[in-house]
Design a protein around this ligand. Sequence first.
Ligand SMILES: Nc1nc2c(ncn2[C@@H]2O[C@H](COP(=O)(O)OP(=O)(O)O)[C@@H](O)[C@H]2O)c(=O)[nH]1
Ligand SMILES: [Mg+2]
Length: 698
Amino acid sequence: MKVYESKDIRNVGVVGHGDSGKTTLTAGLLFTAGATNRLTCVDEGNTVTDFDEEEIQRKITISTAIAVAEWKKIKLNILDTPGYNIFINDTRAALTAADSALVLVDGVSGVEVQTEKVWAFAEDFKLPRAIVINRLDRERADFDRALANVQESFGRAAVPIQIPIGKEREFKGVVDLIRMKSYTFTPDGDGKGKEADIPADLADAAGKAHEALVEMVAEGNDALMEEFFEKGTLPVEHIVDGLRQGVREMRIFPVMCASGFHNVGSEAILNFVAETFPAPTERDGVPVLENGAEKIHKVSDTGPCSMFVFKTSADPFAGRITYFKVYNGVVKNDAAVQNLTRSAGERLAHLSLPMGKTLQAITELHAGDIGAVAKLKETLTGDTLADKGANYTYIPVKLPEPSIAFAIEAKSRNDEDRMGNAVHRILEEDQSLRFYRDPQTREFLLAGAGQQHVEIVVSRLKKRYGVDVTLKAPKIPYRETIRGFADVQGRHKKQTGGHGQFGDCWIKMEPLPRGEKFQFANEIFGGSIPRNFIPAVEKGIVEAAENGFLAGFPMVDFKVTVYDGSYHDVDSSELAFKLAARKAFKAAMQQAKPALLEPVMNVEIQAPVEYAGDLMGDLNGRRGRISGMETKGSTQFIRAQVPMAEMLNYQSDLTAMTQGRASFLMEFDHYDYVPQLQAEKIIAAAKAAKTGEEEEEE
Ligand SMILES: Nc1nc2c(ncn2[C@@H]2O[C@H](COP(=O)(O)OP(=O)(O)O)[C@@H](O)[C@H]2O)c(=O)[nH]1
Ligand SMILES: [Mg+2]
């Protein structure tokens, strides 16, 4: 592969809602640019960028893939990203390597929930962007309607630089509003447009759209504005220059048209990307940390090399593959570099370019370029690799915490032994997963952004590492507490042969505010219990409280005060006082109105507005309390507090209710009382489980 200089590189993120045609359009762009020798297809499972076996089987992009093409001497690194809500974190992480974004919008559905989300990511990273209204060949696809929708969401800065020729099945080309020419494409052909004059029936519409574009371009540039007032129009070169400036300043978001599937529009998109999107060195720079202070580092070819790792994949054959963007200097094959994040040395043996799953050897990579290297020992996503002299680190993206957890259970002892290791390897490539052992329920929990996310891990465990596990809903970490007061005696007395056992204590028990856990106070005066036995009393209470009273869950938010008791010179011992305290605890619980507590989650749902009513009704049924509502464009945000027990199947229920057009986030907020009806069921289930256990033990 050729080496390209920084100014000739374009890193483009292809983003959009799931099924807007990102992978398909990427395939079209690659074929048109000659990077592949045929037009590949998601439905046939042969695209460059959906190569993972889970992706092929499920026909969706799970993780960002990178492909390289050359167009007009410019190197394009295309980042094909996921668009489904539960994989959208990967898109955010991958966009750190992009310098611009193509935002795909379906010609039928218009702007969708994830379109808004990826737009916000691009906004965060200050990425210049253009919009492609795609899948225009579909029945009921409508460019004007989709455009109106785009402008409603993203403002009038979204301005067409093309309009479509033909509708639905007849969609066969575009009018270029800059050059005022038409380009028609052979459906399923080479993606190259045939230039001609604008068809007569589109002349009016094209004229108006051209004027709107020229005005928009002139608006941000005084010289162009003057020229525009004088001549009433602008020459093509000035429109191109003005557009380039407007796009970089994020004042203009050009809108284009395509059918990725039939490879209509590809050449025009490639031309636009090469001509208008910025090279990495033309952007403001990236934030870095140097000596604890944040500053902006301008991307530059000179000086020591420095790279940011934006992705890691666990290839079953090649092992770990590290994807990085060079932000400074020139990286040579076989370079020895420092991992500044982990203070470890690494060697970049077999410096490569990623082309989907294949790595192509390369001698060097210039600032701004994207590379890959296999078998680094210590390096993970978010790390900085650098040569001596570059003492700054890049700032890793913060991903949200997982919204759903499942208990995973190995099928056999053999699987159990290998499970942890295999899960950790998968975690290396996906930092939005969490794997931990619940200290209370002792279950292994695997947490991710959604059910499918976790299911994919299970499938990978089996296929890649031969580890068989099953998923179960996690046990809810209930707690027990008290709502009332108690004042009781606990007395332990046993006379067996020689030495007896004697302990006796009086305790008061009272509730504490939520979250205060446990307090113990000693108010013994006059030595009715000798001081050295007081810790045993506390220990007895703590141990008993660990196993609760109602259903075996740990007790929280209560205070115990020991205030009286008695002892025996010979028969009293620590053990005897511990047992006395246990008895006191049991007696106190009878009086103190024990209650169950359950975790309540903060839930935020994002869905198209038309589902708002149904979703609220559903939340009501889940004992949810709505805490906020907000509409942004056509998206409804609902915030609510819902008991965790009611949210175990929410992912699949939400998908079913909204045809997969909604997403949600969930995190723990607080503990609250379980209502009577549910509490009875939980207590009954705990009793049943306990008798079962005892029978088994016998
Ligand atoms: N009719 C039509 N279907 C398309 C087009 N682009 C993609 N598709 C289909 O839409 C589905 C999703 O496409 P894909 O490229 O995987 O979308 P992504 O999720 O955005 O990557 C696949 O079945 C494609 O064949 C298009 O331009 N026209
Ligand atoms: Mg895709």
